[in-house]
Design a protein around this ligand. Structure first.
Ligand SMILES: Cc1cc2nc3c(=O)[nH]c(=O)nc-3n(C[C@H](O)[C@H](O)[C@H](O)COP(=O)(O)OP(=O)(O)OC[C@H]3O[C@@H](n4cnc5c(N)ncnc54)[C@H](O)[C@@H]3O)c2cc1C
Length: 413
């Protein structure tokens, strides 16, 4: 006998948990299914930034100097597995095309309204889940080593402020020293995104939202998403589960399943690594800090100072190669006082990316009752709650809080 629900949500990362809470809040009987406890994968190991400033999704560089630097495969912010490049070329070409100034601006205009809701939607869920103490209204910083890069960073933030209301402060070297005395070395200045909200324990936040889902009457189950078959049945650890609607929120692992269901979605992953460090001597780091011209981030977390790396292009199932971490660790130790490593191994996660930099949110083309909520790339932790709300509104036939058309999976059909 199978257990019946209104909706099965596959994947209990930030996105799937948020979808499940919003559906349950709307009176649906929801089963949230994952092979691991909630928030154990990408949503656990990220930099924990709720990026209100993230209105312009990360594009592919177009200037020849940067492209040559990337081609050398030694840049700390982007590396690739050479043997995987041929398979990635169609994705990379489409991503590169979408990164032309004209297309990128159009994409940002579609993306910015989604980002604009990220703080309100996180605060609403964190309040309901009793998890507000995990969010620190501290903002985060991009710090620059050269005056020219600092001026460019300030000009870019000013542009985002005028177009999309992004709040920021430009800090010169002296102001930066006062705002973040933990930083060392010759820094030209910083841009502080004052509205953005760092989270001190991303996994704990996902788990708090998942606990809230259960409090609302939702059912959290262990199960294997690859067992999904038409009639929307999936094998849970205690037996089969059935529902007329199913939501795929499997982050980077959505692609193998959607492909098996006949959907040709042009996705790829950008991998990233993290390592925790004990605080060294001197003042404690109080903001997450991106070393903008090198390409890594230091974020103070409950567990220690978390260093997250830039992007690595490789196949989903390729073995970890944490060279970027080795490369930037000495530079990070110059920037801030870091004690010993706290993790036995570097953690690796995979940012699930679409070539047009917009997530997939909505009904899958062709298959009835199949819904997609993945492809959030660098901003899935930021966008989980607003994406969850949008998808729940679409699935329940309610007025959506913003125009869902740019995120419609049918754009790739
Ligand atoms: C280094 C790094 C730093 C980042 N920093 C930030 C940041 O500061 N801010 C931000 O907004 N975003 C950040 N991101 C991106 C963000 O972490 C992701 O976009 C987001 O976590 C994706 O969430 P998700 O719920 O879609 O996927 P996931 O969190 O990966 O969840 C997918 C779930 O599916 C489950 N699953 C997979 N396969 C199966 C299966 N076969 N059966 C059952 N269950 C399965 C997994 O167990 C997992 O729980 C960062 C990413 C990386 C790698």
């Amino acid at each position: 006998m199978s257990q019946r629900f209104d909706i099965i949500v596959l994947g209990a990362g930030m996105v799937g948990v948020s979808v499940a809470v919003h559906l349950q809040q709307r009176g649906r009987a929801v089963a949230l299914v994952d092979r691991r406890p909630p928030g154990s994968e990408t949503s656990m190991g990220n930099a924990g930034l709720i990026q209100r400033e993230g209105v312009v999704p990360y594009g592919f560089p177009r200037d020849v100097r940067t492209l040559l630097r990337y081609a050398s495969n030694t840049a700390p912010e982007l590396r690739y597995h050479l043997r995987d490049l041929p398979a990635l070329l169609p994705f990379l070409y489409a991503y590169w095309r979408n990164s032309s100034p004209r297309r990128h601006l159009r994409i940002a205009e579609r993306y910015a309204p989604l980002i604009a809701h990220c703080l309100d939607e996180h605060r609403a869920l964190a309040t309901a889940a009793g998890a507000l103490e995990l969010l620190r209204p501290a903002g985060w910083m991009r710090v620059f080593r050269s005056p020219r890069a600092w001026q460019q960073g300030v000009a870019e933030a000013g542009d985002w402020q005028r177009r999309w209301g992004v709040a920021f402060e430009a800090l010169d070297a002296a102001a930066l020293q006062r705002a973040e005395p933990a930083l060392r070395g010759h820094l030209a200045g910083a841009v502080r995104y004052s509205d953005a909200v760092p989270c001190s324990d991303p996994q704990a936040l996902v788990q708090a939202y998942a606990a809230h889902f259960v409090q609302l009457g939702g059912t959290l189950l262990q199960g294997e998403a690859s067992s999904l078959r038409e009639g929307w049945t999936v094998d849970g650890a205690q037996g089969p589960l059935q529902a007329p609607d199913v939501v795929i929120a499997l982050g980077p692992w959505a692609q193998p399943l959607t492909r098996r269901l006949g959907l040709r979605l042009p996705l790829a992953v950008k991998r990233g690594y993290h390592m925790h460090y004990a605080s060294g001597e001197g003042p404690a780091l109080s903001h997450p800090v991106l070393d903008a011209e090198v390409g890594y981030l230091l974020a103070p977390m409950r567990r220690g100072i978390r260093l997250t790396t830039g992007a690595e292009l490789a196949r989903l199932d390729a073995a970890p190669t944490p060279r970027q971490l080795e490369q930037v660790e000495p530079l990070a130790r110059e920037l801030a006082s870091l004690g010993p490593r706290l993790d036995a191994q570097p953690w690796m996660g995979q940012r699930p990316c679409t070539p047009d930099m917009l997530p997939l949110l909505g009904r899958a083309p062709r298959q009835g009752g199949l819904w997609l909520a993945h492809g959030h790339a660098h901003h899935g932790f930021t966008l989980g709650p607003v994406s969850g709300r949008l998808l729940a509104e679409l699935l329940c036939g309610q007025q959506p809080l913003l125009d869902p058309a740019p995120f419609d999976p049918a754009r790739f059909a």
